[in-house]
Write a protein that binds this ligand. Sequence first.
Ligand SMILES: Nc1ncnc2c1ncn2[C@@H]1O[C@H](COP(=O)(O)OP(=O)(O)O)[C@@H](O)[C@H]1O
Ligand SMILES: [Mg+2]
Length: 258
Amino acid sequence: MITIAIANQKGGVGKTTTAINIATAMAATGWKTLLIDLDPQGNASTGMGIGSEDREYSSYDLLVDEAELCTCISPTNIPGLDIVPATVDLSGAEVELVSVEDRTARLSSALAVHSGHDICFIDCPPSLGLLTLNALGAADTLMVPLQCEFFALEGLSQLLKTVEQVQQRFNPDLGIVGVVLTMFDRRNRLTDQVADDVREVLGNLVFEAVIPRNVRLSEAPSHGLPALVYDHSCAGSRAYIALARELIGRLPEKRKAA
Ligand SMILES: Nc1ncnc2c1ncn2[C@@H]1O[C@H](COP(=O)(O)OP(=O)(O)O)[C@@H](O)[C@H]1O
Ligand SMILES: [Mg+2]
C-alpha cells in the first residue's frame, strides 16, 4: 500500500476536499483505496456520509488505544473506498500521546499490517502537531494543497522545514509527490500571480492539474457525497479526475500494478 499524507498547517486550503475527491477518483479507477480522517473535526468522515453513529471505531482508537486497523475501517457508499473516520476524541490525542515514547510512530505501526488496500490517503488537521507528525511518519509521500493567496509560499516553507525534520528523525524516505493549487480563480489577478510565482519557485513539484474555485465542490459535503458523485461533470470533479491521473503517473512503477 502506498500512503499519501495530505497536509498543510493552514486551515481552509482544500485538504479535506482534496482527500475526499482524490480518494474517490482513485477508487473509481479501480484502486482499493483507504481514506484516514486524522482531523478531530471529522470533515472527511461527514463529507463521505459517515454519520456519528457509524464511528464506533475511529482514528483515535488506532492512535491512542492501538486498535487493529481492520477494526477501525468502515466501508463507504463508494465501491472500493473504505474509511477510518474521526471523532472529536481525537482532539485529546495530542495531549494523551505526549508522554508516550513512540508517539510519532503510532499511525505508522497501525498501517504496517496488510489491509488489502492499494493506496491510502491521510487527511491531516490544520496544524503541525502530533497528529500531522504521525501522518508524516506513516506516509511514503506528501501531497500539499496550496491555496493561491498572498502568504501561500510562506506557509509552505514552514511545512517543508517540518518535512526535513521528519526525514532526519524518523521517516528518511518521506517524499513529496506534489503541490496542488486549489480554489483557483482565473478572473482574480492575484491568484493568477500567486500561481505563477509558486510554479516559478517549485517548478515540476506543482501538479499541472489546478483545482478551480467551484461551488459544487463546496456543496457536495452537505449531501454526504464526494463532488465526483454529487456532480461528476462539474469543473471541480473534472479537475480532481485530472489530478488523480497525474498522481498515478507520479507513483513508483511497481505500485501502478493495480
Ligand atoms: N475548489 C474549491 N472551490 C470552492 N470551495 C472549496 C474548494 N475547495 C474547498 N472548498 C471549500 O472551502 C472550505 C475549506 O475547504 P477544506 O477542504 O475543508 O479545507 P481544509 O481541509 O484544508 O481545512 C470548505 O467549505 C470547502 O467546501
Ligand atoms: Mg480539513
